[in-house]
Design a protein around this ligand. Structure first.
Ligand code: ATP
Length: 613
């Protein structure tokens, strides 16, 4: 006979016995944090004691401290404090009744595994993290309360415990961890010291390991900026990052309203080893180390920032994605961005000579920040400096435009490869004109961005066109020569056109004030930029040919060009053709290496021409 089944509904029971395996397994990778949790509890207990003393006007002249003691023989690690202590009632309430009411609740709170490190400390689970490394844990405690009786609690990693009176004489709590066989590394003072240095380095209460104080109770960020010297900031940096070069600048934050935020952030001297994509800020909560991986707190373009932030009221028990959208975290990012902008303006205004080398390290980040954040852009835009070819090595954009007003109003000339564009820069210099050097990866985008922000200003690379200022009013254009009624310019143009059979090439005849350059390649700014963009995106299999359209500007003032004319007149068309090819190759040479197709002819021709001298 089959059993009759009637419909029933109910809840699946998950037993609390499951909790210990979960604590061990899920949290295993971060087991070091049990020390942070126990020491934080001890510090909290001391703070509570200090408050009670304050309120009751009691004078208890103890030196408050947390003692960590390792006993190799017994296999125990003990965290002892002289804080407020616990009565039996309090142990029952705070320790036995774990802050979650069911395993379901526990799992719900832990579902975001990424944050387990932070969550553990924020759901009243801190003490239980000791079961990650010990099956057997004891608490011995004596409450500060009058006539309190000392208690001894023990648990061996199951859901049963024992609680009995004990003979502890001094106020406070001792947590004794009988370490598991494979956790004996926590008996090694050097390992424990390292963990304590990470988590407890800046705790506000004295922390002793085997009798020796290991922490700095008053880290620099707790002081006010006016009482800290530059040397102290640098020394603090060296302590945090012993192997690093001196930071470029730093910002001391001390904000009480509308939220609490203290800290010192440093902009490092960047080296090749420095990972600019990774978060470098140490986050603290009331001097307790929380995390060294909270990129959400820093504007993306400032990820290289190092240092410490102490944000006591951040809701750290929430997921990373929440943190990203949390209004307070956004405000922190804004504050940091604003303060960095102010610092940059301040440095730029104060002393250019100090600012210039710093600028070389930070400019890509600043430019990226300007493109990403309008507020940041507005704050720094007039103080951003550019390397320039004029008398001053660096200039701001407003300064440059002011100087260029007469010669080329609202036009900014720039070079992005000083070597390749040397001829053009020389011409500019000889005519008292300046160009900006914009040769960083980001500058291509930054130029477009600046143009979009300042629609009246145009940027042109020095080889994009020949400006009026470089040209001589050309008498040769007017002079009609020979029987064919052509000007000198027209004749030269014709000869170059006839000789050079090159795809996409246009010949343009000009007379430059400078006669030392026979020919120059000009690339139209807009089409060149378009090709560069396409190349950078690099999706198509075919890379755009930068020279599919180019202009050879032939300088009629050049003796070499006049020589071509003379040879033609003398009937030596062969040598004239050689010279024309040579002028073209030399002009191209500054843009790219001579192609393998043209190279043999170039070498042979060069040899021939040398032989003629
Ligand atoms: N060393 C101690 N001295 C006095 N009370 C303690 C000590 N350690 C723990 N307690 C008590 O036990 C409670 C539970 O501690 P637990 O670490 O599990 O969570 P919590 O401290 O409430 O929260 P957090 O996870 O933020 O530390 C504490 O709130 C405190 O009342």
């Amino acid at each position: 006979m089959s059993e009759e089944i009637e419909k029933e509904e109910g809840s699946i029971s998950i037993h609390t016995e499951n909790i210990f395996p979960i604590i061990k397994k899920w949290l295993y990778s971060d087991k070091d944090i049990f020390l942070r949790e126990l020491v934080s509890n001890a510090v909290d207990a001391i703070h509570k004691m200090q408050n009670v003393n304050l309120m009751e006007g009691l004078q208890i002249a103890d030196e408050y401290k947390v003692d960590i003691h390792l006993d190799k023989e017994a296999g125990t690690l003990t965290v002892a404090d002289n804080g407020i202590g616990m009565t039996a009632e309090e142990v029952r309430k705070y320790i036995n009744q774990v802050a979650f009411s069911s395993a379901e609740d526990f799992i719900e709170k832990f579902k975001d595994l990424e944050d387990k490190n932070q969550i553990i400390g924020h759901f009243g689970l801190g003490f239980y993290s000791s079961f990650m490394v010990a099956d057997h844990v004891e608490i011995r405690s004596l409450s500060y309360q009058k006539d309190a009786e000392a208690v001894h609690w023990q648990c061996e990693g199951t859901t049963t415990y024992s609680l009995e009176p004990t003979d502890k004489k001094e106020r406070g709590t001792e947590i004794v961890l009988h370490l598991n066989e494979d956790e004996k590394e926590f008996l090694d003072p050097a390992s424990v010291s390292e963990i304590l240095k990470k988590f407890c380095n800046f705790l506000p209460v004295s922390i002793h390991l085997e009798g020796e104080e290991i922490n700095d109770k008053n880290p620099l960020w707790t002081k006010s900026a006016s009482e800290v010297s530059d040397e102290e900031y640098k020394e603090f940096y060296r302590k945090l990052y012993p192997m690093s070069a001196e930071p470029l600048f730093w910002i001391h934050l001390n904000i009480d309203f509308p939220f609490n935020l203290k800290g010192i952030v440093y902009f490092p001297h960047l080296t090749n080893e420095f990972d600019v994509t990774k978060s470098h800020i140490n986050l603290f909560c009331n001097q307790v180390f929380v995390s060294d991986n909270t990129p959400e707190l820093i504007p993306e373009f400032l990820t290289p920032l190092q240092g410490c932030l102490d944000a006591p009221d951040l809701p750290l028990n929430v997921s990373r994605s929440y943190l990203q959208n949390d209004p307070q975290v956004r405000k922190i990012r804004e504050v940091i961005s604003g303060r960095v902008a102010a610092k940059i303006v301040d440095l730029a205004k104060k002393d250019r000579e100090i600012f210039e080398p710093i600028w070389e390290d930070i400019h890509s980040f600043v430019k990226y920040g300007m493109m990403r954040e309008d507020k940041f852009y507005e704050k720094v835009k007039d103080h951003v400096i550019y390397r320039a070819t004029g008398d001053d090595a660096y200039t701001t954009l407003p300064e440059y435009l002011e100087r260029a007003k007469e010669k080329h109003e609202n036009k900014v000339y720039y070079a992005n490869d000083e070597g390749a564009q040397a001829t053009y820069l020389k011409l500019f210099k000889s005519q008292g004109m300046e160009a900006l050097i914009l040769d960083a990866m980001i500058d291509n985008h930054f130029i477009q961005f600046l143009e979009s922000k300042n629609t009246d200003i145009k940027f042109e690379r020095v080889d994009s066109d020949i400006t009026e200022n470089l040209l001589e009013a050309d008498p040769s254009q007017e002079i009609v020569e020979g029987a064919d009624n052509k000007t000198k310019g027209q004749r030269i143009e014709q000869m170059f056109k006839d000789s050079l059979d090159i795809k996409g090439l246009t010949i343009r005849i000009e007379t430059l004030k400078d006669d030392s350059v026979p020919g120059m390649i000009l690339l139209n700014e807009q089409s060149r930029r378009f090709k560069e963009m396409t190349r950078m995106m690099g999706q198509g299999a075919e890379m755009p040919d930068m020279f599919s359209d180019h202009t050879l500007m032939v300088n009629t003032a050049s003796p070499a060009v006049n020589k071509v004319l003379k040879l033609q007149d003398d009937g030596d068309t062969e040598t004239a053709a050689l010279l024309i090819e040579q002028i073209y190759d030399l002009a191209m040479l500054s843009h790219q290496a001579i192609s393998k197709e043209r190279m043999p002819a170039f070498l042979e021709r060069s040899g021939k021409l040398l032989g003629m001298i």
